[in-house]
Design a protein around this ligand. Structure first.
Ligand code: PHE
Length: 338
């Protein structure tokens, strides 16, 4: 067999194999690889007369190209087929009924917080936030509670270092606000607070408060009373009354605890108000002159009032719930009711 015939033979064999075989790589190796049949022919060029060599070389290249092309086109048709299979498998049946996503909603504490914010924004307050990880200075010292002050014991505080703690009240936001805003000031500040209390029906180591602060010339206890009365009527109903009981907070003077007439019995006495007719809902008072001074505000020119309420307590009353722990257990059967 001369070289020409040999080359034709190789080409035919390759084409034949490509028809029935899917392993394109092994075909490529068998015919075109370093130890492949075509390379073997090139190696035997020594036997060809020098005049014939260019012609034979050309022929070898033609055969190589033909085989390469055949492999490439086979490869392309494989890919095409694979794509078809993939597309078929991924067909979307647009007539199939959709999956309905479960819609969540605001947590009852957030709902309550939003309601409170709305009421005070309606009275011209703006909302300010403060850090939950706070300096001892803002949480206590600037609020007229020096180190070793006995009133610190009433708020069992989580300390991180000697000077950094988880804020036990939202009152530090009063200080932060007065430090960098000039009166008139009219802000509320809702947020999380922390106290090292064991959890029970009325206590939780984490809960929410909302602080209020008004500072301007000529602010009196009458303004405080007017604001809180409006707030109480909006939350607990038009017929609600409020009552101030003298109390002590180091950062207000005078201070009061504020009760609302019982929303359940209207003041006659019932299970909710434990027969009292009144329910305590917040602490309040006139901002202590020392606190104003600590924040660079002249107490001879300006006066102000502040109040702080527990958001959980208001949520409990609003939703008629008697165990605070329910708010934190994330039980959908509970949360879905609100
Ligand atoms: N920060 C006080 C508390 O947590 C409440 C309060 C706020 C009292 C503002 C007076 C003025 O008990």
């Amino acid at each position: 067999m001369d070289i020409k015939e040999q080359l034709e033979q190789i080409k035919n064999n390759a084409m034949e194999m490509l028809k029935n075989n899917e392993d394109l790589e092994s075909i490529r190796v068998k015919f075109l690889g370093k130890k492949g049949e075509l390379t073997a022919v090139l190696r035997s060029m020594g036997q060809v007369s020098p005049e014939d060599r260019p012609l034979v070389g050309k022929h070898v290249n033609e055969v190589r190209e033909a085989i390469e092309q055949a492999i490439e086109s086979k490869k392309a048709s494989f890919m095409e087929k694979a794509m078809q299979v993939k597309l078929m498998a991924e067909t979307i049946d647009v007539t199939e009924p959709g999956k309905k996503p479960e819609m969540g909603h605001r947590h009852p504490i957030s709902q309550t917080e939003e309601m409170l914010v709305d009421i005070f924004v309606g009275m011209g307050f703006s909302v300010v936030e403060g850090p939950e990880i706070e300096y001892d200075y803002y949480n206590f010292e600037a609020l007229n509670l020096p180190k070793n002050h006995p009133a610190r014991d009433t708020q069992d505080t989580f300390y991180i270092t000697d000077n950094i703690l988880l804020r036990s009240q939202t009152s530090p936001v009063q200080v932060r606000t007065m430090e960098n805003t000039k009166p008139p000031i009219r802000i509320i500040s809702p947020g999380r607070v922390y106290r090292a209390d064991p959890a029970d029906a009325t206590h939780s180591p984490i809960f929410h408060q909302m602080e209020g602060l008004v500072v301007d010339k000529g602010i009196t206890m009458g303004d405080l009373k007017g604001v809180l009365e409006l707030f109480a009527k909006k939350v607990f109903g038009e017929n609600t009354k409020i009552r101030f009981r003298p109390h002590h907070f180091p950062f207000t003077e005078p201070s009061a605890e504020v009760d609302v007439s019982c929303w359940e019995c209207g003041g006659k006495g019932c299970r909710v108000c434990k027969g009292e007719g009144w329910v305590e809902i917040l602490g309040a008072g006139m901002v202590h002159p020392f606190v104003l001074k600590n924040c660079g505000i002249d107490p001879d020119v300006y006066s102000g009032f502040a109040f702080g309420m527990g958001i959980e307590r208001i949520a409990l009353s609003r939703f008629g719930i008697d165990d605070l722990r329910l708010f934190y257990e994330n039980d959908e059967r509970f949360l879905k009711q609100f």
